[in-house]
Structures are given as structure tokens and as C-alpha cells.
Ligand binder design. Structure first.
Ligand code: IMP
Ligand code: MG
Length: 179
């Protein structure tokens, strides 16, 4: 499909499954090389990263563990505004090599919050693996060691990413068409 319609928006195909998997392959090779003796714990951030996580993990050949976390966002009672809570970290991560598996880093604020929260649990090291990064939108300094692809500052869907809950199922990535 060259283009799709989701609610009020039209999207055109921008990154094919073939292109995605080529970059996922490359990232997996780097991780297999770098973290070989570290028994890494991959923490996949749901929902968006489910497809990336599956394709990435099929290519990880070193001893490792995988678990899934979710971010619950709610309005705090204090003036600090929105509070993001990380739920689902049942493993003891102290002393461990942790790899966060994300779909996309946009402003980076979500990732920063995740790093802060996990950091309090004394991991030995934390690495970021993100399918996509929008470098122009990044608001905080982040060391994204394993980035599959950098993309421009446009809204995208597919391969796990959604627009209002829809579009996660597409195997390719689509970019919004501004009319
Ligand atoms: P950040 O905190 O601004 O880095 O936002 C990260 C989150 O925003 C991601 O995990 C996505 O859920 C969502 N997001 C950012 N850009 C897009 C996009 O282009 N399409 C769909 N979701 C996006
Ligand atoms: Mg996400």
C-alpha cells in the first residue's frame, strides 16, 4: 500500500519493511558484539516497541533476558504537573546491563524520565536502543547508542507506532501528508 487513511489524516509510505529490517539487523549485530558477555536485560517499552522488539530479539544471539514495561502517565496533585510512572519492572536490575528498547525518541523527555527511574535501582549500565530518533526535536542530551534510523520532524505511523491508537499493525512506516 502506497498510502493509507487514518481518521482525518492521510499517510504515505516512507520506510519499507525491507529498509527497516536492514537497520534492525545492523543494530542487532552491534549489540551482539558489544554486550556479548554481559547477559543484558532488554526492557521493551510497550505499546509502541512491540514490533521492533520482536524483530530485534530474533536477531540477538547472545545470552540475554527480555521483559516488558509500560509508562503510566497521570496528572499529579502537586504543581509539578504530569507524573510518569514506570510499571512492570519486576526484575532486580541492580548490577545488571540494561537495554531499553523504544520505538521512537522525539523530545527525549519520556526516555529521560525512564532513565531517571531505572537509575535509582542501581543498574550497572543502561543503554538505549531506539528504532527511530527525531534529532531535530530532541530537547535533552541523550546518548542513544543503538539508533536504527534518524528521521525528520514529521509524524509517522506503522511498525508499532500509532495515531490515536490506530496504525500499529502496518509492516511499513508511513509519514503524514500535510495538505
Ligand atoms: P518524547 O517523550 O517526546 O520523546 O515522546 C516519545 C513518545 O511519543 C514515543 O514513545 C511515541 O509514543 C510518541 N511519538 C513521538 N513521535 C511520534 C510519531 O511520529 N508517531 C507516533 N508516535 C510518536
Ligand atoms: Mg514509545
Amino acid at each position: 500500500m502506497e498510502s493509507i487513511q487514518i481518521k482525518d489524516k492521510k499517510f504515505a509510505i516512507s520506510i519499507t519493511e525491507e529498509q527497516i529490517l536492514k537497520e534492525v539487523d545492523r543494530v542487532a549485530t552491534e549489540i551482539n558484539r558489544d554486550l556479548k558477555d554481559k547477559n543484558p536485560l532488554f526492557l521493551s517499552v510497550l505499546n509502541g516497541s512491540f514490533m521492533f522488539t520482536a524483530d530485534l530479539m530474533k536477531r540477538i544471539t547472545i545470552p540475554c533476558e527480555i521483559s516488558f514495561v509500560k509508562l503510566a502517565s497521570y496528572q499529579g496533585i502537586s504543581s509539578t504537573g504530569k507524573i510518569t510512572e514506570v510499571i512492570g519492572v519486576n526484575e532486580d536490575i541492580s548490577g545488571r546491563c540494561v537495554v531499553i528498547v523504544e520505538d521512537i525518541v522525539d523530545t527525549g523527555l519520556t526516555m529521560q524520565r525512564l532513565l531517571e527511574t531505572l537509575g535509582t535501582r542501581n543498574p550497572k549500565e543502561i543503554h538505549i536502543a531506539s528504532l527511530l530518533v527525531k534529532p531535530e526535536k530532541l530537547q535533552v542530551p541523550l546518548n542513544i547508542k543503538y539508533a536504527a534510523m534518524n528521521i525528520p520532524n514529521d509524524f509517522i505511523v506503522g511498525y508499532g507506532l500509532d495515531y490515536d491508537g490506530l496504525g500499529r499493525n502496518y509492516k511499513d512506516i508511513y509519514t503524514v501528508i500535510n495538505e
